[in-house]
Design a protein around this ligand. Structure first.
Ligand SMILES: NC(=O)c1ccc[n+]([C@@H]2O[C@H](COP(=O)([O-])OP(=O)(O)OC[C@H]3O[C@@H](n4cnc5c(N)ncnc54)[C@H](OP(=O)(O)O)[C@@H]3O)[C@@H](O)[C@H]2O)c1
Length: 353
């Protein structure tokens, strides 16, 4: 029996995780947390907001599923990794903001870090058991979001409702907007760097509109392994929670006879500059990825509240990154300070955009 602490239980990932846990007799929901919605009685231990590591201390789970959105997920990520408690990680922002701290804690703790992001779950399955020197590159696929194929001029007045209409995935509002700007793929690029120890030049991004191939790994002998499936988050959630058993899910196998096409294209980095900005922040390292994430969180919230136009999201992030002074990110205080500083700068930039 695996005792699970589900953080972000009311969200898109959280609700699908509840379905997986309920269907699997070897999984037990030991604790659950939300940010503000009431969840009394959902699990033996519950907590709404506050310091989620207090809930984890009380619950002492076997697996933490961190499905909180944003930087708020960081303490729970570090708590799990430091103690060697298996971490099923949907909260990519924590790994982006504090990748070096998190990977050091992971090494010390010695537990499993199982990504729930579908691309990283796929990549981990393609990479498992392969010698690092045989891997040439990892290819992350991106649907391109609802605005794929549009020019910059056509994005000037798009509304939050339009940005929230994702063509292939049904997700929470923040990640849906991130998919529309390609910031999500930028976050995933940095996430992959820390998860798999790959250099940035070894990580490629391609547009793949149907989201059927979730990741692809190229090897030095010219072969490539790809991971296919319908875009359904219950697969990577179940894979992470039941690892290494790969339990059954209700998701049907791919219907290959139904005219499945494999279409790939290069991303349009001029129209969607956040992907290139993330790559640069990742390469700069230190607190730059944290600043990228913080500025993006502020800008997405401003866009969703109608305070910032869609194109202002990338402008806010770019201006923030140009203004911050990068530092090495040696400890949690430095990361928390870098996050706060980038948020202040981004709020100011967004207010004048
Ligand atoms: N959705 C997907 O398909 C998908 C795919 C890959 C990765 N992810 C990642 O998974 C994470 C969650 O995404 P989502 O789409 O599920 O988001 P979501 O639907 O917006 O849900 C977010 C969850 O986080 C909780 N939360 C927010 N702030 C919190 C805080 N300070 N303390 C505790 N809980 C807090 C929310 O609680 P309240 O409801 O009470 O506010 C909610 O349960 C994100 O990092 C996202 O990038 C999601």
């Amino acid at each position: 029996m695996k005792r699970i602490a589900l953080l972000g239980a009311t969200g898109s990932i959280g609700r699908q995780a509840l379905e997986i846990i309920a269907a699997h007799p070897d999984l037990e929901l030991a604790a659950a947390a939300s940010g503000s919605q009431p969840i009394d009685g959902l699990a033996p231990l519950t907590q709404v907001g506050g310091d989620l590591t207090e809930l984890l201390e009380r619950a002492q789970p076997d697996v933490v599923l961190n499905a909180v959105v944003g930087f708020a997920g960081l303490p729970a990520t570090l708590w799990s990794l430091e103690r060697g408690v298996d971490l099923a990680l949907a909260n990519k922002e924590s790994l982006v903001a504090a990748g070096e701290l998190a990977t050091s804690a992971w090494r010390r703790g010695g537990g499993r870090l199982l990504p729930v992001d579908s691309e990283h779950s796929a990549a981990q399955q393609c990479l498992e058991g392969r010698a690092p020197e045989t891997v040439r590159s990892l290819v992350l696929t991106a649907s391109g979001g609802p605005f794929r194929g549009r020019s910059r001029e056509e994005l000037g007045d798009v509304t939050p409702a339009e940005a929230l209409a994702h063509p292939t995935w049904n997700m929470g509002p923040k990640i849906t907007v991130d998919s529309a700007t390609l910031a999500n793929k930028g976050l995933e690029l940095i996430e992959a760097h820390f998860l798999f120890g790959l250099d940035y030049e070894q990580i490629e991004v391609v547009i793949h509109p149907t989201s059927t191939v979730h990741a692809l790994v190229r090897f030095r002998d010219g072969a490539a392994l790809a991971h296919f499936g319908y875009p359904d988050m219950r697969v990577p959630i179940s894979f992470a929670l039941t690892y290494p058993d790969r339990a059954a899910t209700p998701v049907p196998p791919l219907d290959l006879a139904s005219g499945l096409t494999l279409e790939f294209a290069a991303p349009d980095l001029e129209t969607f500059p956040l992907l290139a900005l993330a790559r640069r922040a990742g390469e700069q390292g230190g607190t730059y990825p944290c600043a990228f994430n913080a500025a993006n969180e502020v800008a997405v919230a401003a866009f969703l509240e109608g305070r910032l136009p869609f194109l202002g999201i990338a402008e806010t992030v770019e201006e923030t990154l140009a203004s911050v002074e990068g530092a090495p990110a040696r400890n949690l205080n430095e990361v928390v300070e870098a996050n706060a500083e980038a948020r202040r700068l981004a709020e100011r930039t967004a207010a004048t955009a």
